[in-house]
Every structure is written in C-alpha cells, then in structure tokens.
Design a protein around this ligand. Structure first.
Ligand SMILES: [Zn+2]
Length: 70
C-alpha cells in the first residue's frame, strides 16, 4: 500500500515541475497530442455533415439524418 502522504508529495512535485506543465500545455493546446489522448480511450467518429459525436455504430446520424459510410 502506498503512503498517502508520499503520494501527495509526489503529486506536488509533478504539479510544480515546469517540464510537466509545459508538456501538459503542449498536449492540451496541440491538436495532434489531444487527438492521441482521445484515440486511446475510444476512436472518435463524427458525422461528416453536422460534426455530431457518434458511437460509430450508427447507420444514420441521429442529429441530422445524414447517411454514414463505413
Ligand atoms: Zn449529422
């Protein structure tokens, strides 16, 4: 079991680190990095017509009714 105080200290170190801060800034601001994070969880499918976020299983967009190609 990890010591909660040690975890908190490590967290403070990370948050105070300029390297991590700039890295996070790049991830949040950079579209490529941001996309990579999203893709890890789930591939983001969007309706090409209205940009509605889809689960990927729809045959038609529930928002605008556009037919979705695989
Ligand atoms: Zn749509």
């Amino acid at each position: 079991m990890a010591d909660p105080h040690e975890l908190q200290n490590n967290l403070n170190k990370i948050q105070n680190s300029d390297d991590i801060a700039s890295l996070f800034g790049r991830i949040v601001s950079g579209k490529l990095g941001y996309k990579a994070v999203i893709d890890k969880n789930k591939p983001q499918v969007k309706c090409p017509s209205c940009n509605f976020a889809l689960s990927g299983d729809e045959k038609f967009c529930p928002e605008c009714g556009n037919r979705l190609e695989k």
